[in-house]
Design a protein around this ligand. Sequence first.
Ligand code: UGB
Length: 619
Amino acid sequence: MASTLSKHDINGDWASSAPNLKKNLSLLSSEQIELPKMLLEMGQSHLFEHWPEPGVDDDEKRAFFDQVAKLNASYPGGLASYIRTARELLAESKEGKNPFDGFTPSVPSGEVLTYGDENFVQFEEAGVREGRNAAFVLVAGGLGERLGYNGIKVALPSESTTGTCFLQLYIESILALQDASCRLAEGGCKRQIPLVIMTSDDTHARTMELLESNAYFGMVPTQVTLLKQEKVACLDDNDARLAVDSHNKYRIQTKPHGHGDVHSLLYSSGLLNKWRDAGLRWVLFFQDTNGLLFKAIPAALGVSATKQYHVNSLAVPRKAKEPIGGIARLTHSDGRTMVINVEYNQLDPLLRATGYADGDVNSETGFSHFPGNINQLIIELGHYIEELTKTGGAIKEFVNPKYKDSTKTAFKSSTRLECMMQDYPKTLPSSARVGFTVMDTWLAYAPVKNNPEDAAKVPKGNPYHSATSGEMAIYRANSLILRKAGVKVDDPVNQVFNGQEVEVWSRIVWKPKWALTFSEVRSKVKGSCCISQKSTMVIKGRNIFLEDLSLDGALVIDSVDDAEVIVGDSVQNKGWILESVDYKDASVPEEVRIRGFRINKIEQLEKSFNESGKFCLKP
Ligand code: UGB
């Protein structure tokens, strides 16, 4: 029950600078009284200027304090600390201070892998062995404003041949890693790899609903934990005056704080210690829409384990000025060094300010000197816990106000503090082993971030990062992997969808349990196989072997885990074809429209083997 206010509190002399607040003090409980005191001390009396007499909108006024209490509790150090940090960062931004002042960038050295060579295969094997000691953390609190999709991004189909959504693909990949890793354990193992999903108010309910309505895509429900991040208060000016919500004058406007929240949430959840006590060693962080990522995970985890990295970032070759962060070694004039992501909008100015007159430009390889951060981090758990015990998981923040003019005194719209998960190494001692692993882009990175209009405007040669390119990248990667394993896959044809010219390869898709690593793919392809460009091949079962297969059409094949199926000879039919759709055509579902095509399933050979035993599919 709310306790009553003291005489001093009711008297409210401390509130004389905010007369409208003073009149309403009786609405507050004694637990809440510290909140308005703190707000006044922090120069926020404007929040009460428009408050009417007691008796009017009292419930809204109480709800205001509930919101303030929540904002206060969810930020390390409370709202006062948030406002103080905001003032410091806003002052630095006004002065034009570079957050990397004193640091000189240089090109870092990391592990550069070539898909399918002996080195790669060895790292994959080491990674699969370590898989059972890993926990996965998906940051999925972002709204994806650039994509402009109305649903949550993890519910989007990663490709439309099978319609598998990103969350299903991720979960099935983790389960495949779990099985493969446990099979390698001496005496077997029953470990369930934990998955944490960071959500926000924008995504939480829909993520939960997606999991529940799909039986967690095969995971045990207790294997999955959702941690919801809270938004932070918006700021109206350089004094960090909190912004009043334009839809409700009794609310402070809030916006997302960024994916960096994941560290403090994990820390306060208590999960990290639980994982350590259960013998886990690695935490792998990843983002919401990269359909290729798990093709790179086993090798990258193998690199972490072999090199004993405390932090390992996955990277890909990056075109200069491409909007993904660049990984750089930064050396301070006082001798400190760190290997860290420098966001794309900061890299070019930093280079120009430190003697690279041309800024961020491509080298003779056709790519920037600085590998692109794809925000897949692998962190060693013991070291992580040690570090978070010191910092509580707080990540260095930044502010990015859009000023009205060069006086930098007013903003075009409110701003807020933000933080990024890849800034975690910024507080690490120089002794920490921070490395990175570069993989081919075709293998590791094809996010879905841009809406069709923006994607169509991307400079020629740079990636679209759209739903169209994300899907095509999956077919391309699978085709290239099969080629590497000896299958003759036809060259792609170029087609334009939603104004984007893309390579259309054979639509080849397999479930992660069919093959997670290159060695597994190689072991499942025999003899002389070929697949024409117009073909579609969907492999759903675990023990399906392609042997002297000649495919020109559509083939969909499934089997129970203890069936062994050989697919051979010639399969020919009219197949499945891609038909263009206009993304402005509102009669077409949004997830189809944003890729610019639909699949017309004209004719296919579809076969399911539902009993154990050895079978041969020879039409
Ligand atoms: N996300 C959250 O969970 N919470 C938030 O508050 C915000 C986001 P974006 P962006 O490799 O692809 C990142 O918006 O700006 C989740 C890196 O900073 O897609 O493109 C969100 O749901 C950049 O260095 O990020 O930039 C999503 O899963 C570069 O590496 C993830 O965070 C780039 O991604 C990323 O959100 C990239």
